[in-house]
Ligand binder design. Structure first.
Ligand code: AMP
Length: 358
């Protein structure tokens, strides 16, 4: 059954992704309630209601459940207990299982490998001796990451051709938290697929975007990616397989490394709308945001076809100074997030330049 017009969709998290979901929801005649501790957050500026409280505050979660016909979220570190307690009262999409898988890099890789999707090789790491032994199996190279709460390259350390030993204190310096050592992948490029699954099990996958990161933050997403059609199809097929295996409802972002032979290794899942899918609002009739709202509201999914080539670029910190010049460009869509204060590394907005399809 689809959600009636005028129903409220609850969103946990009030950042720019929540804001863009709120815009899409309004266009489909839904109302938005946001749970976010930060007052006047980007999503609250456009929401019908904000509950100002911690994401795991029991009274706030009860209030959100009572106010909402369905609850979704805009970031993957929503406390699992919060999603599970909400799910006892109101449908929560994507399902809590998707959060559980995406919140721990070891669980995520075991899940992916278990359904036949290749990833970098990896070892869970809890102490410096395990790190020494694991690095040896990878010939002295690898990427050490925190298992949980890592994003945008934070909490990562790269080792290249290290001699064995001399790692005393490394795990402590990473915060004394559970870690994962991944093999260092010599990828040719990075791509991501944004895909959606409806309540009825139907799937819509957008074309893969080619992503460039700098200092661990996404800078640009380019369509089409410079990959063969076989690689593009394999990426979409992997995303569909993940959606089905999680009995998923909503939009997911799946990041991949593309190797020299065109084969793929899945790197990361984001159980939400994703920065590398912002281009869809300029180049497709139905954006990832509308697609997510359609999915969680039980509406039919929209057509993910891409009508333009395009490049999406993030506006980070002082990039905001470019805004007047960008507004003078004819084929450019600008999207600003309503953040009063610009800081280095802070995502302030993005823009997408479109051109005729090649
Ligand atoms: P992540 O937080 O896992 O998305 O990693 C951030 C970025 O670090 C990725 O987009 C890659 O550019 C790089 N990276 C992550 N893991 C690896 C790996 N195992 N091998 C090589 N580069 C990696």
């Amino acid at each position: 059954m689809s959600l009636a017009a005028g129903s409220t969709i609850g969103i946990i998290g009030g950042g720019q992704l929540g804001r863009m979901l709120a815009i899409a929801a309004a266009r489909l005649d839904y109302r938005i309630a946001v749970l976010e501790p930060q007052p006047d957050c980007p999503a609250a500026q456009l929401a019908n209601r904000q509950i100002v409280a911690a994401y795991d505050d029991p009274a706030a979660l009860s209030e959100l459940a009572a106010a909402s016909a369905v609850v979704t979220y805009e970031f993957e570190n929503v406390p699992l207990s919060a999603a599970e307690s909400l799910a006892a009262h109101v449908p929560v999409y994507p399902p809590a299982r998707a959060l559980e898988v995406a919140q721990d890099r070891v669980t995520e890789k075991n899940f992916l490998n278990g359904i036949g999707i290749a990833t970098a090789q990896f070892h869970p790491i809890d102490n410096d001796d395990q790190l020494t032994a694991a690095l040896k199996t990878f010939g002295g190279s690898g990427v050490l990451k925190t298992r949980r709460m890592g994003y945008d390259g934070k909490g990562q350390r790269v080792f290249r051709n290290m001699e064995a030993g001399g790692f005393a204190g490394t795990c402590e310096a990473m915060g004394g938290v559970p870690l994962i050592l991944e093999s260092l992948v010599a990828f040719e490029r990075e791509i991501s697929v944004i895909a959606a699954r409806g309540v009825d099990g139907s799937v819509a996958a957008y074309d893969p975007a080619e992503n460039v990161h700098r200092e661990g933050i996404l800078r640009t997403s380019t369509l089409p990616a410079a990959i063969g059609s076989g690689t593009a199809d394999a990426a979409k097929a992997a995303a569909s397989k993940i959606l089905a295996a999680l009995d998923y409802v909503g939009v997911i972002g799946v990041e991949f490394f593309v190797l020299a032979d065109g084969s793929l290794l899945a790197n990361e899942l984001a159980p939400r709308v994703h920065n590398s899918g912002h281009w869809t609002e300029a180049a497709c009739v139905v954006s990832q945001f509308e697609q997510h709202i359609r999915a969680v509201a039980g509406l039919p999914l929209g057509n993910p076809a891409r009508h333009f080539d395009c490049v999406m670029e993030n506006l980070i910190g002082d990039d905001m100074l470019k805004v007047p010049a960008l507004l003078a460009e004819p084929d450019l869509m600008l999207h600003l997030y309503g953040k009063a204060e610009s800081r280095p590394g802070r995502k302030m907005g993005h823009f997408t330049r479109i051109s005729r399809r090649s």
